[in-house]
Write a new protein. Structure first.
Lengths: 369, 285, 307
């Protein structure tokens, strides 16, 4: 079931929540809607599910226009962030609800529920009411309910938001496989960039009701369309430094702590403009003091983060910079240290608009938002 | 906790005793009267010592009063039946009409819905006679005068606003997502209404029904204006009772006890919802 | 190939368009109420007519004459005065008593809960029947209250049959029935108040009267206002208790608005005057109820928010 949204606009009482949103998801693919809370992601899911109607724009599911089509006739399944389990029904009856709607026989329903429950490890709580379930069990029940009817499209509204860390970790591993088995078109809403990177064939970044960028996870990470997106994707967060590109012969350079950083000559037209240089923490490297273009820094603190080690350093100009290196590799011995920047891995943004500057002639990727 | 002095404890106790006495004594005294014959009732000074008798209740239920001079027919059981029939039917009709409307006002905000809801509410506060007096003339013309149908219709004035506003609150408390989830699972609007909205608002609907019943049962003015003897509920019937010749005071007392017993029982049963109902949903108990 | 394509909605029965749905749901209730709105407009018309059932030939529109006549009509002024007195006395006493009892029962304890449930009983008694009960207790021949009056040295207390004590008697009945209403509303209000200000005051050893006056009562204000307005609106329209007790008598001592209108309509069959009286009552209650509804809505918001 392909899914196509064109020009969707929605306002609640004059407050615009979605503006001219267009998305296209191919059958069987997963699109992640990523963005901060209040960005309009949940509203978008509700529009697709048909429980609210857009002010403008069209929604097509499997090529059919959905205007005036009731939620029950759209062949979608949805898992709500707050689970929205039916409090007066047992977990089993919750999961059975799409099956009874399809008028399946009792035995079909039973076996369908058993299979799902086994898969999601909730067999032992099928008889319980939602209020007797733990958060994790609720989440799995809600997921099972969304999957049970084998809908053509699955809408998952931040399903891992309200579960504990351990379960979230497990589900991050299990869920992609589960979704692949369903062979459904999936729209997955999340605020967690790792989830977005792990689940999405495509990621659509939504901010303030508008689609900021659509692309594969790599595209979003490597060429974020704005400083905002660059900041949202990546942990620790990208280092952003105000710079003013200068011409240096045929090259373009910016200076960071009085050290010139050579950039792609394609940035020539940004010379003299106010810009922001984006450097991912992993694009810094600790070097010997006498290395070329080494920037002297003061080491503030150091902390491990998963398989990386994060160091917070202070440049001579008083700028805080985050540097990561693979754990176990040698780092600074406290006090002062020197770092260099892998200039090929830097990003240049226009400071006024926050948009990514794309060097002429060497357009990287297709991500032009 | 601040230490309460003994004096204060005593004062509190005395105050509480006075309160209980003032509010409970009338019910207690009438209950005593209902087990007495005229002879013991008329004793001066009044006394709480007497031989209890069930004759008052017996004669009310059998419908004949054995007076000293003649046998008197009374229709008290008829009045009781009228009260029951009018209240039950009015509440049933009120629920059938009011629950879907409450849902519309709670969940499907539509143009003018708030204004309409408030107009309905303001009926609750308008002087009933303003509507009743012209209605007597219309009912004559329409042939509705002194019919159960006409009375049940007018009873909606008390029953509907109550049901509408209490049940509306309960519908508002149901998260929309739960209903959406059921729709998305593939069920139509009506199935969702039946399987999700109604069961989840169930306690509210029951409470509104019970309260509406109490209010309908206790109503006096509607039936006084619109009903003749054979359709009168106990509230109006009991009043005629007191002027009936040859009646025993004990029988009046017994009649009152029989008339207030159902509402007392319901109130005890539904007391959790009384506060909410009496304030039309403004205050939760 | 199956004959059914997925493009056809599975069930087309009972499909009502989304736009029409709210109207379909609320229309039956509205229709029933519209049937009740018509008599309201009829009443407006009656109030502008010279209309006596005894003189049907003389029925004609006299426009504002019914209202103008009130200006010089002592029995109208009596009605106004009696109604106001009744409302003022009943609500005033009920407020003081209700607040006192609510404060007395504020602590949640088994005894207090039991007492508050017991106190609901008068409120659940039909007001007309409550009058009847008090009539039995104030009977000059055998009434227990009359007997107690003699013990206090008041001989021959006639209660409702005596113009000087008739008002007192009906007010007592009203207080008996409706004090619990104010009490349970305020009790619910008291118990819903946040605890911190009181705990802070207790730590600072603030005198309890001061706490009551400066913290409790101001915080309770929305509840007080709602309860009082609710009661004033009902009390100024009181009919059941007064009619069941004295039918407005003795004389015209208790001819409040609705009783006077009822008597005008059914006894003197002066329909025009009766309707005009009710219109004036309606204006009074309408003004009060708009103020009331605003308050009530705010409380309701709050109660829903807490849920």
């Amino acid at each position: 079931m392909s899914l196509k949204l064109a020009g969707i606009t929605k306002a609640f009482k004059k407050e615009i929540v979605l503006q001219d949103v267009s998305l296209d998801v191919e059958t069987g693919k997963t699109l992640v809607l990523f963005g901060p809370s209040g960005a309009g992601k949940t509203v978008l899911l509700r529009l697709i599910a048909g429980v609210i109607e857009p002010d403008a724009g069209t929604i097509q599911i499997a090529g059919r226009d959905m205007e005036g089509v009731e939620p029950e006739d759209r062949d979608v399944g949805m898992a709500f962030q707050n689970f929205a389990l039916f409090p007066h029904m047992s977990a089993e009856d919750n999961i059975a609800s799409p099956l009874t709607a399809q008028r399946q026989s009792q035995s079909e329903i039973k076996s369908g529920i058993q299979a799902l429950a086994k898969l999601l490890k909730i067999e032992h709580v099928l008889g319980h009411k939602p209020k007797e379930l733990s958060n994790g069990q609720k989440q799995r029940t809600a997921l099972a309910r969304a999957l049970a009817g084998k809908p053509g499209s699955l809408l998952l509204d931040d399903p891992l938001r309200n579960v504990d860390a351990k379960l979230r970790f497990e589900m991050r591993l299990e869920l992609p496989r589960l979704l692949k088995d369903q062979n459904a078109t999936v729209i997955y809403v999340t605020q967690d960039y790792k989830e977005a990177m792990a689940f999405g064939d495509q990621i659509a970044v939504i901010h303030e009701g508008q689609v900021q960028q659509i692309g594969t996870p790599e595209e979003i990470y490597l060429t974020p369309a704005t400083t905002e997106i660059a900041r949202l994707f990546g942990d620790p967060v990208i280092n952003l430094m105000d710079v003013a590109p200068e011409a240096r012969g045929r090259m373009v350079s910016v200076s960071v702590s009085d050290q010139p950083i050579m950039l792609d000559p394609g940035y020539a037209e940004m010379v003299g403009q106010e810009c922001v240089l984006g450097v991912r923490p992993e694009a810094f490297r600790f070097v010997e003091p006498n290395s070329p273009s080494a920037i002297p820094v003061q080491v503030e603190t150091e902390a491990p983060l998963n398989e990386k080690t994060v160091t917070l350093v202070l440049t001579a100009g008083g700028r805080e910079v985050m540097v990561t290196r693979p754990s176990g590799t040698p780092g600074p011995n406290g006090g002062t240290a020197h770092i260099t920047i892998d200039s090929a891995a830097t990003l240049l943004f226009d400071r006024a608009s926050g948009r990514l500057c794309v060097p002429k002639a060497t357009i990287a990727g297709e991500a032009i938002a | 906790m601040q230490q309460k002095s003994t004096l204060e404890q005593i004062l509190r106790g005395v105050a509480l005793a006075c309160v209980i006495f003032f509010f409970m004594f009338p019910i207690f005294w009438i209950l005593l009267m209902s087990f007495q014959t005229n002879e013991t009732i008329l004793r001066v000074p009044p006394s709480m010592v007497f031989e209890p008798t069930l004759t008052n209740y017996r004669s009310l239920i059998s419908g004949t009063l054995e007076g000293s001079t003649a046998t008197l027919e009374i229709k008290f059981m008829g009045n009781l039946w009228n009260s029951l029939f009018l209240s039950v039917t009015s509440v049933t009709v009120g629920l059938i009409l009011g629950v879907p409307a409450a849902y519309a006002f709670a969940k499907l905000k539509f143009r003018g819905s708030e204004d309409i809801a408030f107009t309905l509410l303001s009926f609750r506060f308008a002087p009933p006679l303003l509507v009743l007096l012209p209605l007597t003339i219309y009912f004559q013309q329409l042939g509705l005068a002194d019919t159960y149908f006409g009375l049940i219709w007018v009873y909606q004035l008390i029953v509907l606003p109550l049901i509408l506003w209490i049940v509306r609150g309960y519908f508002e408390d149901i998260p929309s997502d739960i209903e959406y989830a059921y729709r998305i699972a593939g069920h139509g609007f009506w199935t969702t209404f039946r399987k999700i909205a109604l069961p989840l608002a169930g306690p509210g609907i029951a409470a509104a029904g019970l309260l509406a019943f109490i209010f309908a049962w206790n109503n006096f003015i509607f039936a006084l204006v619109l009903a003749s003897a054979d359709k009168q509920p106990v509230t109006v019937g009991a009043l005629a009772f007191i002027t009936a010749a040859g009646i025993n005071y004990g029988q009046i007392a017994a009649g009152i006890m029989l008339s207030i017993a159902p509402t007392f029982a319901l109130a005890l049963y539904a007391q959790r919802y009384l506060v909410e109902g009496l304030s039309l949903g403004a205050v939760k108990g | 190939m199956s004959t059914q394509t997925t493009d056809v909605p599975r069930k087309s029965r009972f499909k009502i368009s989304k736009r029409a749905l709210p109207y379909v749901l609320s229309l039956p209730a509205l229709l029933v109420c519209i049937g009740i709105l018509i008599p309201f407009f009829t009443a407006v018309a009656y109030s502008l007519q010279r209309y006596r059932l005894s003189q049907p030939w003389a029925r004609e529109y006299n426009w504002g004459a019914n209202y103008l006549n009130f200006m010089t009509d002592p029995s109208f002024w009596n009605t106004l005065k009696v109604s106001m007195t009744y409302a003022f006395l009943t609500v005033g006493i009920e407020l003081v008593l209700g607040l006192g009892i609510a404060l007395l029962l504020q602590q949640r304890s088994r005894l207090n809960n039991f007492v508050s449930i017991m106190l609901l009983m008068p409120l659940m008694t039909a007001p007309a029947l409550a009058s009847l009960m008090w009539k039995l207790m104030t009977n000059p021949g055998f009434g227990i209250l009359s007997y107690w009056a003699t013990l206090l040295g008041i001989e021959d207390m006639k209660w409702a049959s005596d113009p000087s004590t008739a008002m007192l008697t009906v007010v007592i009945v009203d207080v008996w029935v409706y004090t619990p209403f104010i009490m349970i509303l305020l009790l619910a209000g008291l118990r819903s108040l946040p605890r911190q200000p009181f705990e802070a005051a207790e730590l600072d050893r603030v005198p309890r009267l001061f706490v009551l006056w400066r913290i409790t009562l101001p915080m309770l204000m929305p509840f007080l206002l709602t309860a009082v307005l609710f009661r004033v609106i009902e009390s100024i329209q009181q009919f059941d208790i007064i009619y069941a007790m004295t039918q407005g008598g003795p004389g015209n001592t208790l001819t409040v608005f609705q009783v006077e209108a009822y008597l005008n309509f059914f006894q003197s069959t002066n329909i025009g005057r009766s309707a005009a009286l009710l219109m004036i009552l309606w204006v009074i209650t309408y003004i009060l109820s708009t103020i009331f509804i605003k308050n009530w809505l705010r409380l309701r918001e709050r109660a829903r928010g807490d849920a």
